[in-house]
Design a protein. Structure first.
Length: 386
């Protein structure tokens, strides 16, 4: 006789044991779904009901054994997702439907591929996924929620949702993938001669500005450096005014001073002799196989410093450490000129209104085709060797 499976909704990750959560999530090893990372977002109030992010994690249990997690949030806006769904909002208004609140599956404020349900290894992933989707649908319909949306999904896991009437929407990310380079000079060989010269000139300008780049990882990182990183982040966001997307509080950066989180953190620090008095910094995360660029800021306007701290130094470090991929973050066509190809990423959507679903269903395949064409065109224009 099979053990009964019970489902529970949680309005805070603190309601779930850190050890039990990580036992499932660590199999995936994405730092953005670790208990400590998501807890830091909640604890610091970078995400909260006040700011339109209500944690609503779904867990499945067999007796006292946690067998599955669906990290979810109830949202009353679309900020911090970096996938722009205004066309769906407009359609819902035309149909007389209430678009918000909506259910979102992602690591908040982090447009990084890898969302999935985290399921115990000995369970049938397809069956448990279908069960969770049914629970979500019952909850959404009962509470008048129009849609459930999984963003930046794990490419392998997405097939289980696609078979359950979730519609696929293709967007784009930037990604460097190793071709076996042993050092930065070998990396430069993928470019044509003109772009190789440009990159060398950009890096040389940092030396001419008398800047030294120091790298801090794991135990090298302390609270003082993280507090400085927050000031840079805040300063950078403020330069963009209302478009600055300043979501993270100072308390979030202080929460990163945590043993479990610091093993995934890498800080790139530009200074003139004292790393505790940096001119600029960038913050990245790694799991040993992949590197993600997240935040940066500078107190001086120095040509090419952004490229150095956010692309070149992290790339050189990644190559040295044998890391195979580097996602530098959202936006910016200038990434393509520096070795980051455009790649497709996918989100999955389910609208619980028949009219809305039937209108969007034939529309998305055409949009996805055009996006793939745009990605291919962009990559063909990159300054790589023919």
């Amino acid at each position: 006789m099979k053990d009964q499976i019970n489902a529970f909704w949680h309005q805070s990750i603190s309601e779930i044991s850190e050890k039990k959560w990580n036992n499932l999530v660590n199999n995936n090893s994405s730092p953005f779904y670790k208990w400590s990372w998501l807890f830091a977002l909640e604890k610091s109030e970078s995400i909260s009901r006040k700011y339109g992010w209500q944690a609503l994690h779904l867990t499945l249990w067999e007796n006292d054994r946690l067998i599955a997690i669906a990290p979810l949030y109830l949202k009353n806006h679309s900020y911090g997702e970096f996938i722009f769904d205004q066309q769906f909002l407009r359609l819902s208004i035309q149909l007389g439907l209430q678009y918000y609140p909506k259910l979102i599956g992602m690591s908040p404020l982090s447009p990084v591929e890898g969302y999935r349900f985290f399921i115990e290894k000995d369970k049938n992933e397809e069956e448990i996924t279908a069960l969770i989707l049914n629970i979500i649908e019952d909850f959404a319909i009962k509470n008048g929620i129009l849609s459930c949306n999984f963003l930046y999904v794990d490419p392998i896991w997405k097939k289980y949702c696609s078979s359950q009437d979730y519609l696929e929407w293709t967007n784009r990310l930037s990604l460097w993938t190793s071709t076996g380079e042993n050092n930065f000079e070998e990396y430069l060989k993928r470019f044509n001669s003109n772009q190789r010269r440009n990159i060398k000139r950009e890096r040389k300008s940092i030396q001419k500005a008398n800047l030294i780049i120091s790298i801090f990882h794991n135990d090298d990182i302390d609270l003082e450096l993280l507090q400085i990183m927050h000031r840079f982040y805040e300063n950078h966001c403020s330069r963009w005014g209302e478009w600055g997307s300043k979501y993270l509080t100072s308390k979030f950066f202080e929460q990163l001073n945590n043993e479990d989180i610091k093993k995934n953190l890498v800080l790139f620090n530009a200074h003139r002799g004292n790393p505790k008095e940096p001119v600029a910094m960038s913050l990245c995360l790694t799991n040993g196989r992949k590197l993600w660029g997240r935040y940066w800021g500078s107190q001086e306007e120095i040509a090419n410093l952004h490229f150095e701290l956010c692309y070149y130094s992290p790339l050189a470090w990644a190559i040295e450490k044998g890391i195979k991929q580097f996602d530098p973050g959202a936006g910016g066509k200038h990434k393509l000129r520096r070795g980051f190809k455009a790649v497709p990423c996918h989100s999955l959507h389910r609208w619980y209104n028949t009219n809305m679903n039937s209108i969007i269903k034939p529309y998305l395949p055409n949009i996805n085709r055009l996006t793939i064409e745009e990605i291919n065109t962009s990559n063909n224009e990159a300054p790589f060797k023919v």
